[in-house]
Design a protein around this ligand. Structure first.
Ligand code: NOJ
Length: 702
């Protein structure tokens, strides 16, 4: 990543008012952060265009040994600075990213002890963090509680998923008043999780809300390293309080020395589209260490011996007559993926440890990451793939057995490195709350939460170790993205929500995908695995019973599946369906083959959360544009305006749109293709079917 320019000046934009209150504004003055200490307690509030976004809210940390950094505090000093720079990610949604903010550092003291609060005020929101430097009178840096509040209003409504629940981030979204956040509400209105009673009522981040005053706001965190995930717990009257996932002994964060918390972020936009344009999370992360070369990390597209296990249900991960990862099948997939220009082929179920009950207890057979199943010849197949110009994508399902995985990390990575494998999809399925087994310092077995510091540190170890072996990671059942992909480009993608796979073995419903871009996707790229073309009559009752399960449908249309390659950004994109299903739609498959995974710019054409989203992206390596549009269960008639294109240039348009009869439930696989010349003055009318969408390829004509 290259910095293009940096301007760093000290200016005075922080003003001191009554009640000890200091106010700092964003570079464009639209966002205003106020900070004060009242009766020894620190408070902040945020306004945008003079309207309240977050009302007066408490800040502070409580450390072990009764060190309470929420009261008896005094302001020791305040300093301000401003920053403006541009940087270029190695790959991403935009070629150049502007990082511009005003910063305020507040040094607070409590007797002889000090804590630093850092605020960055951007044009699109506010971020702040806690730093407790090393000090001789601090006995322990362990955090017992973080007291950060977000004082919203009971009238503000949020899209949220429950935290402290068994299935990590894999839930549909509730949409309710912030005061309603509870497992009870979720069970009644969204999905039944009433049997999962461990832990408090709280919501995960990114947490997106529509405020009564019209603003769209997302609360999240950036640069989550050696800390614990922040969730948001409702306290009534619109107040949310940060709730960190605890260790099994109740401590929230364990540290041997100074505290440097992740950034708490509040992104603010006047409409749902602008929310998607914020780069704040990446801007709050660091560039890669200069001495580490990441030039080997390359974006790409892959297929997989995968949907036939999770979707069509014709193969197994475990040894059986229908074992998917066998030499014959894998070579056929390699041939197909290579012929159609893919970069990789994922193969799941290649290793020992799989059995029919593998998935859910976290305490079953340990997986081996070096021993292959008898019908899978790793040296032969990896060589065969390399000869055909593609690479196998490795797979490490850990089942949430962390110690077992860590014991094998070096051997597993060096095996894959030896065979030219550049990407590994990792997985942490363990469908029980607070069930990550750990042997503690006293040799006792304890159980940790998936999102606590233990797992955050584990994921960090994996990503750093993978970089040593020049391997990129596509993480499933991950910790949420907080922008670490900037510093570790090999953290190329991750899941972390209900993805396409749930449409294989259950259903996400038709509207989920119109909420994801404004919630989960605000944290970073997602391995959603789009591109299912056979949307009904695709699933067998079981691998041994080849009767079609008529109830299984992917609630989408083929055009929407194409649109997802543009809508859902990921530098490592999967074409998830089976080769035969692609051969039935060669022209639509051509779109998947052509669509880029690395972009120079994006234009949000139109959106509303839960309703629709239309986005245009320009290829990084040409002047071609790709547009994706998706809608919820309701049809949308569009009068599509191409004014985002460069003036006085001619383009060829390939449009994949729903036909007049297309419908996600009854007729999802019908679409029409039109090819025509267009320019920036063109306007085109067409339809998005209920649950449908459209995809465009716009090629510059020379
Ligand atoms: C869950 C992952 O999300 C899925 O993609 C994978 O196939 C299974 N775990 C098995 O590892």
């Amino acid at each position: 990543m290259k910095k293009i320019f940096i301007v760093f000046t000290l200016i005075l934009f922080t003003s001191c008012g009554m009640n000890n209150q200091v106010v700092t504004k964003s570079p464009d003055s639209s966002v205003e952060l106020s900070f004060k200490v009242n009766d020894g307690r620190p408070y902040y509030s945020i306004k945008k265009n003079n309207k309240i976004i977050v009302d007066e809210s408490l800040l502070g940390l409580m450390l072990k040994n009764n060190l309470d950094f929420t009261n008896d505090l005094e302001i020791k000093s305040i300093s301000s600075s401003s920053h403006s720079s541009k940087w270029s990610p190695t790959f991403g949604e935009e070629k150049n990213i502007l990082n511009e903010y005003n910063q305020m550092k507040v040094l607070l003291s409590k007797d002889s002890l000090e804590m630093l609060l850092l605020f960055k005020i951007f044009n699109d929101g506010v971020a702040f963090k806690y730093d407790v430097p090393n000090q001789k009178n601090i006995i322990s840096y362990n955090i017992i509680d973080e007291k950060t509040e977000f004082n919203l209003s009971s009238d503000d409504k949020a899209w949220w998923i429950p935290a402290f629940s068994y299935r990590r981030y894999e839930f549909l979204h509730a949409f309710s008043s912030v005061d309603s956040i509870s497992k009870k509400y979720f069970s009644k209105n969204v999905e039944d999780i009433s049997y999962d009673s461990l832990g408090i009522d709280a919501a995960h981040t990114p947490f997106t809300l529509k405020k009564k005053n019209g603003f769209y706001v997302t609360i999240h965190e950036a640069n989550l390293v050696n800390y614990s995930s922040m969730t948001l717990a409702p306290k009534g009257n619109g107040l949310l309080e940060a709730e960190l996932y605890p260790w099994s002994d109740g401590t929230k964060v364990k540290l041997n020395s100074n505290i440097s918390s992740p950034w708490r972020t509040i992104q603010i936009a006047e409409n749902s589209s602008d929310l998607l344009l914020s780069n704040m999370i990446l801007n709050l992360n660091d560039d890669p260490d200069e001495e580490i070369d990441f030039s080997w990390v390359k974006p790409g597209k892959y297929m997989g011996v995968w949907w036939e296990m999770i979707g069509t249900n014709e193969s197994t991960w475990w040894p059986s007559a229908n074992h998917g990862a066998n030499n014959k099948k894998v070579t056929e997939y390699i041939d197909f993926a290579s012929e159609h220009g893919f970069d990789g082929l994922l193969v799941e179920g290649w290793n020992e440890g799989w059995h029919p009950g593998w998935c859910c207890s976290g305490n079953g057979n340990p997986f081996s990451f070096t021993k292959t199943q008898r019908d899978f010849n790793l040296p032969y197949l990896s060589e065969y793939a390399l000869d055909k110009g593609i690479r196998l994508v490795g797979h490490h399902e850990t089942g949430g057995q962390i110690q077992n995985y860590e014991n094998q990390l070096d051997d597993a990575f060096s095996l894959y490195q030896k065979h030219g494998i550049k990407f590994i999809k990792t997985g942490y399925v363990n469908d029980v709350s607070k069930n990550i087994k750990r042997i503690d310092e006293n040799g006792e077995t304890v159980f940790e939460w998936h999102h606590g510091q233990y797992m955050i540190n584990h994921m960090q170890r994996v990503i750093e170790k993978a970089a040593e072996y020049e391997i990129s990671i596509i993480k499933h059942e991950p910790i949420k993205d907080t922008g670490l992909r900037r510093k570790y480009p090999n953290f190329i993608s991750r899941e972390g929500a209900k993805g396409q796979e749930f449409n294989g073995f259950s259903s996400n419903g038709v509207n989920h995908i119109t909420i994801l871009p404004f919630t989960r996707m605000l944290s970073g790229p997602m391995d959603y695995t789009p591109g299912i073309f056979k949307l009904n009559n695709f699933r067998y009752v079981s691998p041994d019973n080849r009767v079609i399960d008529k109830n299984a449908i992917v609630p989408s249309t083929i055009t929407k599946e194409l649109a997802l390659y543009v809508v859902l950004y990921s530098p490592m994109q999967m074409a998830a369906d089976l080769p035969n299903h692609y051969l039935a739609h060669p022209k639509a498959f051509e779109f998947i083959k052509n669509v880029p995974v690395d972009w120079s710019e994006r234009k949000l054409i139109d959106s509303e959360i839960g309703s629709h989203l239309i986005i245009a992206r320009r290829d990084k390596y040409s002047e071609n544009w790709y547009v994706g549009g998706i809608t919820n269960e309701n049809e949308k008639i569009l009068s599509f305006d191409f004014s985002f294109l460069d003036e006085n240039k001619n383009y060829k348009l390939n449009l994949f749109s729903d036909s007049s009869d297309t419908h996600w439930r009854d007729n999802p696989m019908e679409y029409q293709i039109s090819n025509q010349e267009i320019d920036s003055n063109s306007i085109l009318e067409f339809r998005m079917a209920p649950g449908g969408g459209f995809a465009m390829e716009i090629i510059l004509q020379h």
